[in-house]
Design a protein around this ligand. Structure first.
Ligand code: FE2
Length: 670
C-alpha cells in the first residue's frame, strides 16, 4: 500500500464551515483511489472556518501523475445538508511531490465535484482523457448556470437571474458585503440625516438650506467642492480629475455648430483662437450624445437636460478655464453662447446645466456602460467559456468578484421602473436607454485603452492631469504583468489562434457586449499574443482602475448637489440678463430629488470592509512558480506606484487618490 497525505483548507469566510461528512477520490494517470471518507480526530472542527486538516488516502499502487480530485459531502443522519467553502486541497504523493488543487467554491449539495490540479492547462495541453472529460463537463454546467439575458435592446447583455439569490453561489456577495450593502442602502437617508426630506417635493429656497442638509456627511473633497463649485478654474479642473475624465479633448477646429469668435472670448485681442488652437491650448467638451433625449417628469414637472458644448482655454499659469458655453447643439437666437463676462447668474446657470448634463453622461455612459456593463460581459463570457484550469480563468477570476451581483442590484434598484435613477434623474426612464444605446454605438476600442485614448484626445501634455498620469502608469504595470503571464503560457501566435476556449471568450464578448456591431477596433478573435495581452490588460484596467476613477469620487463631487445636479427643473435662460439667485434655486431639483441623489451617491462611494485591492490575490489559483513570481513583482510595482502617488498628493490642494492602487478594488464591486 502507498499513502497520499491530503491537506484540506476551509476558507476564512462567514458560514464556510461544514459539519457534513466529506469524501475524496484521487485520480491520476495510472489509476484512482477509492472514495475515501476524510475522517479526523478533530471531529466537528475538521472543516471549520479556517481549519487546515490532514488525512491519509491509501492505495494499492501509485496513481502516477495526479490529474484531478473528486469531492463530495453527505449530511449525517438527522443533520441538515449545509454549504461548505473549501479554499484548497494539497496532496503529497508517496514519491514526494506536492500537488495543489485550488477550489474556492461553495459546495452546497451532495453531488460529486471535480477539481483540477493547479497547473494551468490550455485546451490542447489537456492530454489525459479524464482531464478533457472534466473540462467539458465543467463548461457544460457553467453554460447552464450562467445564461445570457437581454435587459433592454441595444445595451450589453447580462446574466440571466430572477433575483440575487438566483445567481450561482460562487458569485454571490459575501455575508459581510451583503450586510453592509443592505444596511447602507436601507439607512442611506438616515445615515445622511436626510429622512423627513425624502418626501418634500418643494423647491430649495436658499442655498444655506442645501448647506444645512449637506453638513451631515462630508469628505475633505466634498468640503472643497462646496467652497469652490462656482469657481471657473475648478469647473475646468473637474474635466481632468473629477469623476468623468473622459469627456474633454483637445480642439484644433471649432465645430460648425459652435460659432465662437475671437472677440467673444479674448477681450482686447489678447489672444486669437486660431493661434491658441495651434498651440494646443484650446479644449472642447461636446455632449452631443444627449441631444434630443426625452427627459423625465419629476413631482409632476417636466425636467430639463441640455446637450452643451464647452470651450476651455489652458492659461499660461496652467489653469483650464471655461471660456464659452452653448447649452444646445443648434445655434439659434434663443440659444445664447454664455461667457465668463456675462452676469454672475447667467454664467453660473450655464455651468450648472453643463454639470447636470455631466451627471447623466457620467453615470450612464462612463460609469454604468463603460465599466459595470462591460465588466459583466467579460465575466459572464469567462465563466461560460473558460474552465478553472485555464490560465485566463486563473488570471481573471479575481477581477470578476461581485460584479454580477452589483449589476443585478443596479438594474433592480437604480434603473428599473421604480429605480432611483428612473425616478429622480433628468434622463431617467426612456432617456437613459437612448443615452446607453448611443453610448454603445459610439464606443471604440481605443477609448477603452488609456494610452490610445489619451493620444486620440490629444491630452498628452496637459498639465496637472492626474487621471492620465496615474492611469498610464497603472496600465503599464498591468500590461507588463499580463504580458509576463501570457508570454509564459503562449509561445507563439499560433498557440493563441489554436486555443478554442480563448477564441470563444472573445467571440461571446463581441456578440453579447458589443452586439456584433463593428465598434471600431473591438477584436472578434485573437490573432497574436500581443492582441490577447492588450485586450486582457484592458479588461483588468476597466474593472479596477477605470471603475475606481469614475466611481469612488461620486460623493466627493456629487454630495454637494449644486456641483452635480441629478436633474434640473427649469429650462435654461434663452436671453441674457434676466437670471438671479432665485432663478438658480428654482432650477435646482426639488428637495426630495436632491436627497435621493445624495443618498445613492453615498451608497455607491462606500468601500466595503472585505474590499480586495488591485493585485491582491487571496485565492491562489496559480500554483506554478513563474506566475506566482509575476504576481509578486506586480504587487511590488503597485506598491511603488502607490507610494509615489501618495507623495505627489502631499502637495496638492485636492489630492487625486482614485487610482492609488491601495484604493483601487480588483473588480467592479460597488
Ligand atoms: Fe460603480
Amino acid at each position: 500500500m502507498v499513502n497520499y497525505k491530503v491537506t484540506v483548507t476551509t476558507a476564512v469566510r462567514v458560514k464556510a464551515t461544514t459539519f457534513n461528512n466529506v469524501f475524496i477520490k484521487l485520480v491520476g494517470t495510472d489509476g484512482e483511489s477509492s472514495r475515501t471518507w476524510l475522517a479526523s480526530l478533530k471531529g466537528a472542527a475538521t472543516f471549520y472556518v479556517g481549519a487546515v486538516s490532514n488525512f491519509y488516502v491509501s492505495c494499492p499502487t501509485s496513481l502516477g501523475k495526479l490529474v484531478l480530485i473528486e469531492i463530495d459531502k453527505k449530511p449525517l443522519l438527522l443533520f441538515p445538508e449545509d454549504s461548505w467553502f473549501p479554499s484548497k486541497v494539497e496532496v503529497r504523493t508517496p514519491e514526494g511531490d506536492t500537488y495543489h488543487f485550488p477550489i474556492y467554491r461553495w459546495i452546497t449539495d451532495s453531488d460529486v465535484k471535480l477539481f483540477r490540479e493547479g497547473t494551468a492547462l490550455r485546451v490542447f495541453d489537456d492530454s489525459h482523457h479524464l482531464g478533457r472529460y472534466s473540462r467539458e463537463k465543467e463548461l457544460k454546467l457553467r453554460e447552464e448556470e450562467y445564461g445570457w439575458d437581454v435587459y433592454a435592446e441595444g445595451i450589453p447583455h447580462n446574466i440571466k437571474a430572477d433575483s440575487p439569490l438566483d445567481l450561482p453561489s460562487e458569485v454571490h456577495f459575501s455575508f459581510t458585503k451583503t450586510t453592509e450593502f443592505l444596511y447602507t442602502a436601507s439607512t442611506g437617508l438616515t445615515e445622511l440625516k436626510l429622512k423627513g426630506l425624502s418626501d418634500c417635493k418643494k423647491n430649495w429656497t436658499d442655498i444655506d438650506a442645501i448647506n444645512r442638509v449637506f453638513c451631515c456627511k462630508r469628505t475633505k473633497i466634498s468640503d472643497y467642492v462646496q467652497e469652490n463649485w462656482r469657481d471657473d478654474a475648478f469647473f475646468g479642473y473637474q474635466f481632468l480629475n473629477g469623476v468623468n475624465p473622459m469627456m474633454i479633448k483637445r480642439c484644433s477646429v471649432l465645430p460648425d455648430n459652435f460659432p465662437v469668435t475671437d472677440d467673444m472670448v479674448f477681450l482686447h485681442g489678447s489672444h486669437s483662437l486660431a493661434e491658441e488652437m495651434q498651440k494646443g491650448n484650446i479644449f472642447l467638451c461636446d455632449y452631443n450624445r444627449l441631444d434630443g433625449v426625452k427627459t423625465n417628469v419629476i413631482n409632476d414637472k417636466k425636467q430639463h437636460l441640455m446637450a452643451p458644448l464647452v470651450l476651455l482655454h489652458q492659461t499660461p499659469d496652467n489653469k483650464l478655464m471655461p471660456i464659452a458655453i452653448q447649452l444646445k447643439q443648434k445655434p439659434a437666437d434663443d440659444n445664447p453662447i454664455f461667457f465668463p463676462t456675462d452676469s454672475e447668474y447667467d454664467w453660473l446657470l450655464a455651468k450648472i446645466f453643463v454639470r447636470s448634463a455631466e451627471f447623466s453622461e457620467h453615470q450612464l455612459n462612463v460609469h454604468l456602460l463603460r465599466t459595470h456593463l462591460l465588466a459583466e460581459v467579460f465575466s459572464v463570457s469567462l465563466l461560460r467559456n473558460l474552465p478553472m484550469v485555464h490560465p485566463l480563468y486563473k488570471l481573471l477570476i479575481p477581477h470578476t468578484r461581485y460584479t454580477l451581483q452589483i449589476n443585478f442590484l443596479a438594474r433592480l434598484l437604480l434603473i428599473s421602473k421604480n429605480g432611483v435613477f428612473t425616478e429622480f434623474a433628468a434622463s431617467g426612464g426612456e432617456g437613459m436607454f437612448t443615452i446607453l444605446k448611443r453610448s454603445l454605438s459610439s464606443l471604440t476600442y481605443s477609448s477603452l485603452c488609456i494610452p490610445d485614448d489619451i493620444a486620440e484626445r490629444g491630452l498628452e501634455s496637459v498639465p496637472n492631469f492626474y487621471y492620465r498620469d496615474d492611469g498610464l502608469r497603472l496600465w503599464d504595470i498591468i500590461h507588463r504583468f499580463v504580458e509576463g503571464v501570457f508570454g509564459h503560457y503562449y509561445k507563439s501566435n499560433n498557440e493563441v489562434q489554436q486555443d478554442s476556449e480563448l477564441q470563444r471568450w472573445i467571440q461571446d464578448i463581441f456578440v453579447h457586449g458589443f452586439l456584433s456591431q463593428a465598434c471600431p477596433g473591438i477584436p472578434q478573435s485573437f490573432g497574436t499574443v500581443a492582441e490577447l495581452v492588450k485586450f486582457v490588460t484592458m479588461v483588468i484596467f476597466t474593472g479596477s482602475a477605470q471603475h475606481s476613477a469614475v466611481n469612488t469620487g461620486q460623493y466627493d463631487y456629487g454630495g454637494w448637489m449644486p456641483n452635480t445636479p441629478i436633474s434640473l427643473q427649469r429650462a435654461p435662460p434663452t436671453t441674457k440678463g434676466s437670471s438671479s439667485e432665485s432663478t438658480m434655486l428654482q432650477t435646482f431639483p426639488d428637495v426630495n430629488t436632491t436627497v435621493q441623489g445624495m443618498a445613492t451617491m453615498w451608497l455607491l462611494s462606500k468601500q466595503s470592509s472585505d474590499f480586495v485591492a488591485l493585485g491582491q490575490y487571496p485565492e491562489e489559483h496559480f500554483s506554478e512558480e513563474i506566475p506566482r513570481k509575476l504576481i509578486k513583482d506586480f504587487q511590488e510595482e503597485l506598491d511603488v506606484l502607490s507610494a509615489s502617488i501618495k507623495d505627489r498628493n502631499e502637495s496638492l490642494d485636492v489630492p487625486y487618490t482614485y487610482m492609488d492602487p491601495t484604493e483601487v478594488e480588483n473588480s467592479v464591486a460597488i
